[in-house]
Write a protein that binds this ligand. Structure first.
Ligand code: ARG
Length: 460
C-alpha cells in the first residue's frame, strides 16, 4: 500500500499534482542498491548497540535482500505516492516483515540516508570513470607506440608551425587524461565520508556507533558536522567539474580527429565500424562518434552549472531543492562513461596516413625556426636571424619550393654565413631530432616519455 510514512499529522490527502511534482522515484530508483546497503549497515549497527535485537536485524537484512532481488528481477512495484526510493523500500520492508521493518528508521532521517546513498553511488561511479579513462589512455599509448618516428606538422593557430612526432601529439592527449584521473581520485576522498548519524540535521539521541557503520560501508571516516553532512553536495559539483574537464578534453580530441579525417587533411581514416553514412550522399563516411562526443560535452558542462546554481542560495541545512541534484549528476555519470567507452573503442580503429602528414609538414615551411636557430649558432643575433629566414621563406613561397629545395647559393643570398651543413636542419627529421631535451619531440625523448607513461599507467 502507498500509505505515507509521514501521514500522521495530515488530515487531507496529498493533491495528485503535488504527488506527481514532488516524486523522485522516477529517477532515484537507481539508488536502490546503495539504499539497501546503507540500511543493512545501519540495522547491524542498531543491533550492536542494542536498539534492535539480533533477530530483528537479521529479518531486516533478509527482507532487504529479498527486495533487492525483486528489484533486479523487475518484479518490484514502485509507487509514486511513496515519493522516493527510500520510502518505497522501507514501506515494502514493513509490509513484508512487519514490526522489525518499522524500527529500521530509528536514529535516521531520509536526509542523512540520501546523502549516504549518493556518496556510495558516486564512489562507484568515480572508480568506473578512473578505470575507463585509463582504458582510453592505454589505447592511446598503444597507438602511439608505432608512431614515434612518424612526422606530422604541429600547429599553432591551426597553421603549420613546426614538425613533431605523431606519438608526441598522442602523448599530449595522454597528459590531459592523466590529470583527469588525478582530479577524480582526489574528489573521491571527499565523496568517501559517511553522513549516517546526522539524522535530519541535528544528530540523534541514540548512541549510534558511527565508526561501525562507517567501517561496514567502507567509508574513510564519519562526517564531522551533522548540519554540513545533510546539506553538503559540493562533492557532486567537484565531480561534475572533473567530468566537465574530462569531456572538454575528449571534445578537443574529437575536434582534431574530425579535422584529420576530413578530405582536406586526410591524416587519418577512422574504421568503418566507428563511422556512419549519409542518407542522401552515397560517398559519405562521417566521423559521427567524434561529433556526438563533442556535442555531449555540452550537457555535462551544463549539468555542472545546474548543480552550482542549485546550491548557491541554500541555507543550512537540508532543503528539498537537493532532490534536483540527481538528474544532472546521473546524466553526467552516464554521459561521461558512455563517451569514454565508445571513444576508447574507436581509437584502435584509426589508421594514420603517414605520407599525408609528412607532406603537410614539408609544405608548411615547418623548419623555418630550425633555420633561424642554425643562424644563431653561427652568432647571428636571433632577431636578425628571424628577419633573414622570413625573407628566405617569402622567396621560397614565390618559388613554390620547400626550404630544403633551395640551393646553397639561393640560401646564401639571404644569409652569406650559411654553409652546406644547413640541409641537416632543414629536413623534418633533422628538426625533430634536434628537440632532444626532456619534454621535447625528438623521437628518442618521445620513446622515453611513452615508456614512462606506460609504466605510470600500469603501476596505478
Ligand atoms: N528524495 C529526497 C532527495 O532526493 C530525499 C528525501 C528527503 N525529503 C525530505 N522531506 N526531507 O533529496
Amino acid at each position: 500500500t502507498g500509505k505515507k510514512p509521514w501521514g500522521g499529522r495530515f488530515t487531507e490527502a496529498t493533491d495528485e499534482l503535488v504527488e506527481a511534482f514532488t516524486e523522485s522515484i522516477s529517477f532515484d530508483a537507481r539508488l536502490y542498491r546503495q539504499d539497501i546497503q546503507g540500511s543493512i549497515a545501519h540495522s547491524q549497527m542498531l543491533a550492536k548497540i542494542g536498539v534492535l535485537s539480533d533477530q530483528e536485524a537479521a529479518d531486516i537484512e533478509q527482507g532487504l535482500l529479498r527486495i533487492q532481488e525483486q528489484i533486479e528481477a523487475d518484479t518490484f512495484t514502485w509507487l509514486t505516492e511513496l515519493e522516493d526510493v527510500h520510502m518505497n523500500i522501507e514501506a515494502r520492508l514493513t509490509e513484508d516483515i512487519g514490526d522489525a521493518g518499522k524500527k529500521l528508521h530509528t536514529g535516521r532521517s531520509r536526509n542523512d540516508q540520501v546523502a549516504t546513498d549518493i556518496r556510495l553511488y558516486m564512489r562507484e561511479a568515480s572508480d568506473q570513470v578512473v578505470q575507463l579513462i585509463q582504458q582510453l589512455q592505454l589505447a592511446l599509448v598503444t597507438l602511439a607506440d608505432n608512431e614515434v618516428d612518424t612526422i606530422m606538422p604541429g600547429f599553432t593557430h591551426l597553421q603549420v608551425a613546426q614538425p613533431i612526432s605523431l606519438a608526441h601529439h598522442l602523448l599530449a592527449w595522454n597528459e590531459m587524461l592523466e590529470r583527469d584521473v588525478e582530479r577524480v581520485i582526489d574528489c573521491r576522498k571527499r565523496i568517501n565520508v559517511m553522513p549516517l548519524g546526522s539524522a535530519a540535521l541535528a544528530g540523534t539521541s541514540f548512541a549510534l556507533d558511527r565508526d561501525l557503520t562507517c567501517e561496514l560501508l567502507g567509508f574513510d571516516r564519519p562526517t564531522r558536522n551533522s548540519l554540513d553532512a545533510v546539506s553538503d553536495r559540493d562533492f557532486l559539483i567537484e565531480f561534475a567539474s572533473a567530468a566537465s574537464l574530462a569531456m572538454m578534453h575528449l571534445s578537443r580530441m574529437c575536434e582534431e580527429l574530425i579535422l584529420w579525417a576530413s578530405e582536406s587533411y586526410k591524416f587519418i581514416e577512422i574504421g568503418d565500424a566507428f563511422c556512419t553514412g549519409s542518407s542522401i550522399m552515397p560517398q559519405k563516411k562521417n566521423p559521427d562518434i567524434a561529433e556526438i562526443v563533442r556535442g555531449k560535452s555540452a550537457r555535462v558542462i551544463g549539468n555542472l552549472h545546474a548543480l552550482l546554481v542549485l546550491m548557491k542560495s541554500q541555507p543550512l541545512a537540508y532543503n528539498r531543492d537537493n532532490q534536483e541534484d540527481k538528474e544532472p549528476i546521473f546524466d553526467t555519470v552516464d554521459t561521461l562513461l558512455a563517451s569514454l567507452q565508445v571513444f576508447a573503442a574507436m581509437i584502435p580503429s584509426i589508421r594514420f596516413n603517414r605520407d599525408r602528414m609528412y607532406q603537410a609538414a614539408l609544405k608548411g615551411y615547418a623548419t623555418a625556426t630550425d633555420l633561424a636557430e642554425y643562424l644563431v649558432r653561427l652568432h647571428v643575433p636571433f632577431r636578425d636571424a628571424h628577419e633573414i629566414v622570413g625573407n628566405t621563406v617569402h622567396y621560397a613561397i614565390e618559388q613554390n619550393k620547400p626550404l630544403s629545395d633551395l640551393s646553397l647559393n639561393e640560401l646564401q643570398s639571404f644569409g652569406p654565413m650559411i654553409q652546406d651543413d644547413v640541409y641537416d636542419v632543414l629536413t623534418l627529421e633533422g628538426s625533430i631530432n634536434s628537440r632532444a631535451h626532456f619534454g621535447g619531440t625528438a623521437p628518442a625523448r618521445v620513446r622515453e616519455a611513452l615508456d614512462a607513461a606506460r609504466t605510470r599507467l600500469q603501476t596505478d
